[in-house]
Structure formats: structure tokens, C-alpha cells
Design a protein around this ligand. Structure first.
Ligand SMILES: [Zn+2]
Length: 241
């Protein structure tokens, strides 16, 4: 029954039910299709670990000097394929497994950077309703919820809404178009505007940072400060040294 314990500890009950339903007794690895008693087979899990970033705190501070960016991994290779399989082949359970890796790394570093981190609300970058309906889940929220379960931090997706159905940033041709595309993309619901607080933002991929910056300015207009941003992956940051 070891396999049941392993699945049970990595999945919520509703996902457990769907995995059992899909496979009867044994799931196949969603990345290589080989049988496994965990969500990902050991081989794929090892390949993903090979894309762990050497530094969790991104030393170039790409958002703002006062807002640190933490990235668990490098957006490439097996990790990039795992994110694509999650989003486009309907495998949100991959994000639940990877969230555990981020939580382990965070718990090791957060005690020094954020002594009271267990009280800081975590906000996943939301998807627009239209995209949420077509995909069926928000991968950033799946990541953030599992991350919060494991770190006992409060997950607060209700603090930020996406009100504009933006194009994928890759489809925009200029910086100006990119900014216009994201302008007023987010809102803080009026029921959440009561008092000042500080939060941590969570997303799957950090590329140009335009989405994160737009979310930060929307939150700032409602007196919500951002203490840091955690992402699963960003394209390789090359240090100048
Ligand atoms: Zn595999």
C-alpha cells in the first residue's frame, strides 16, 4: 500500500479519485507514460531536478531592488516540458509535485529572509475567466495552493482578479503593445480593499516581468504591498561574474 500513501500525501482527495479512475490501480507518468507508483516516475523527477536554479533568490533583482524574485528552476529542458504538459495536456497534478520542491527550497531560505512568513498571504497570478474555463485550472493557483499547504502560509487567490482577457505576451510585437496589452488587466475586488497588508505573489513562469509589474501596481493602488515574488521557473539568468 506504499503507492497509495505516496499518492495520498502528494494529492488532494479529488485528484486522487481522478487518478484512480484514470488508471484503476496504477498511474502512468504523464511525461514519459511509463508506469509509476508516484505522480512522476523517478527518471522524469530526476530530469526536472537537473533544472533547479543554482540560486533561488535571483541576484539581478529584475523586478525592483526592493522586491526580490525567487525562482526554483530554469525554464528549459525537462522542466519546460513538464510545465507544457501540465498546461496543454491537462496534467495539473504535475504542478502539485513540483510545488513540494519549491516549498522545500522556500522553507530552507525563508526563515532568515521572512521570519514571520507563515502569516504572509500568498496570491497566485490569476487567469481570466475565459482562459480558466477553457483550461479547467489555473496552474499558478494549483502551485500556490499546494505550496501553501506545505508551508502553512495562507493562500489568498481572492485578493486579485484578472479582468482583461490579455493576449499571450509572446504574441505582442513591441514593448508599447506589451504594456497596453496588460494595462488594467487586474483588479482588487472591493470586498478585499479594507486595510493595508503585505503579500507574496506566485506565478509559474517569469519572463519579461510585465505581468508581475502590472499586478504589483494594481495591488499598490489598493494599499497592498508585495514583499517578494516566487515563481517556478525563469529563462536562464546569466550572472555577470
Ligand atoms: Zn516519466
Amino acid at each position: 500500500m506504499q503507492w497509495l500513501k505516496s499518492i495520498g500525501s502528494s494529492l488532494k482527495i479529488d485528484r486522487l479519485a481522478s487518478v484512480l479512475n484514470d488508471s484503476l490501480w496504477q498511474a502512468n507518468c504523464p511525461l514519459c507514460n511509463r508506469p509509476t507508483d508516484l505522480i512522476l516516475c523517478k527518471d522524469c523527477d530526476r530530469q526536472i531536478d537537473a533544472y533547479k536554479s543554482p540560486d533561488f533568490l535571483q541576484k539581478d533583482y529584475p523586478i525592483k531592488p526592493e522586491i526580490p524574485l525567487y525562482s526554483w528552476g530554469i525554464y528549459d529542458g525537462a522542466l519546460k516540458r513538464a510545465i507544457a504538459a501540465c498546461k496543454y495536456d491537462n496534467h495539473p497534478e504535475i504542478m502539485e509535485t513540483i510545488a513540494a520542491k519549491i516549498a522545500d527550497t522556500w522553507k530552507r531560505s525563508a526563515n532568515t529572509n521572512y521570519p514571520n512568513f507563515k502569516k504572509i498571504p500568498v496570491i497566485p497570478i490569476p487567469l481570466h475567466d475565459k482562459k480558466l474555463k477553457s483550461r479547467g485550472f489555473n496552474q499558478a493557483e494549483v502551485l500556490a495552493r499546494r505550496f501553501c499547504d506545505l508551508t502553512t502560509m495562507p493562500c489568498k487567490p481572492q485578493l486579485l482578479q484578472r479582468v482583461k482577457d490579455t493576449k499571450a505576451q509572446m504574441q505582442t510585437k513591441s514593448i508599447q503593445e506589451r504594456e497596453e496589452n496588460l494595462s488594467r488587466a487586474f483588479t482588487v475586488p472591493s470586498s478585499q480593499k479594507s486595510h493595508h497588508r503585505n503579500v507574496i505573489l506566485f506565478d509559474d513562469i517569469y519572463t519579461t516581468g510585465a505581468t508581475i509589474r502590472e499586478a504589483i501596481s494594481t495591488l499598490a493602488a489598493s494599499n497592498i504591498g508585495v514583499l517578494g515574488v516566487i515563481v517556478l521557473a525563469r529563462p536562464q539568468f546569466k550572472s555577470k561574474s
